[in-house]
Design a protein around this ligand. Structure first.
Ligand SMILES: [Zn+2]
Length: 235
């Protein structure tokens, strides 16, 4: 565990509970990526930030919070947006990635860079009262494109942003993502590889786990033919 390098992309609703859970669980090397400063609207949900942090890059404020409480954790800070020019390089320098972003485009970018560099990652998403998480082991289990195929259009994305996210749901999903990172770090089987967890907090809380298969035609390389050629009839 001591040498496991975990990259958290997005230090907001999902990334904050994820980094807190990881630090408490004994993670030692965390890297944070987020281009945004702390804003007043973040304080209620993203509980590690204080009024004095407003205007400070989130990665700086989060690193300071970690350093004060978990001095053994080494924190690398990247106050930039993950984009096509830096994604592969940043991801290749880590052993596991937590997708804590809120943009579908960023999620596909993380997916593709993790597939290209063979880096396992855990996807997380929250819309309204519903959260989802899924771990991807490149070339072994279904990737985000196996499940969703294409990036949703801008109207759909805007709809998700306006729906907002609920703190406790994001807290639960971020903590689950951290749990997957810790299992990977300890060389244990991740619970959500090849499976999507859905947490629905509207009404009585409900957790559902659905198996997902790799999709034939997806470029990620996880799909395998069910029947080998040798099983084909004829000579
Ligand atoms: Zn795929």
């Amino acid at each position: 565990m001591a040498t496991e390098r975990i990259l958290i992309v997005g230090v907001g609703g999902l990334g904050v509970p994820a980094l807190w859970t990881l630090a408490r669980a004994g993670a030692r090397q965390l890297s944070l990526v987020d281009p945004d400063p702390v804003e007043l609207s973040n304080l209620a949900r993203q509980v590690i930030y204080r009024t004095a942090d407003i205007g400070t890059p989130k990665v700086e404020a989060a690193a300071r919070w970690l350093n004060e409480r978990f001095p053994d954790v080494s924190v690398e800070r990247h106050a930039v947006a993950l984009d096509a020019s830096n994604a592969a390089r940043l991801i290749a320098a880590h052993d596991f990635v937590i997708d804590a972003t809120d943009s579908p485009a960023a999620k596909f970018l993380i997916n593709d860079a993790c597939i290209a560099t063979r880096t396992p990652f855990v996807y997380g998403g929250v819309v309204g009262m519903t959260g989802q998480a899924m771990t991807v082991i490149p070339t072994e289990t279904a990737c985000i494109r196996c499940v969703f195929e294409t990036v949703p259009d801008e109207d759909e994305i805007q709809g998700c942003r306006e729906a907002g996210i609920v703190g406790p749901v994001a807290g639960a999903i971020g903590a689950m993502q951290a749990g997957e990172a810790m299992r990977a770090a300890r060389a244990q089987t991740t619970l959500l590889s090849g499976k999507i967890l859905t947490y629905d907090a509207s009404g009585p809380s409900r957790v559902r786990i659905t198996a997902v298969s790799p999709r034939q035609g997806c470029d990620c390389g996880a799909w395998r033919p069910t029947h080998r050629e040798s099983h084909a009839p004829g000579k």
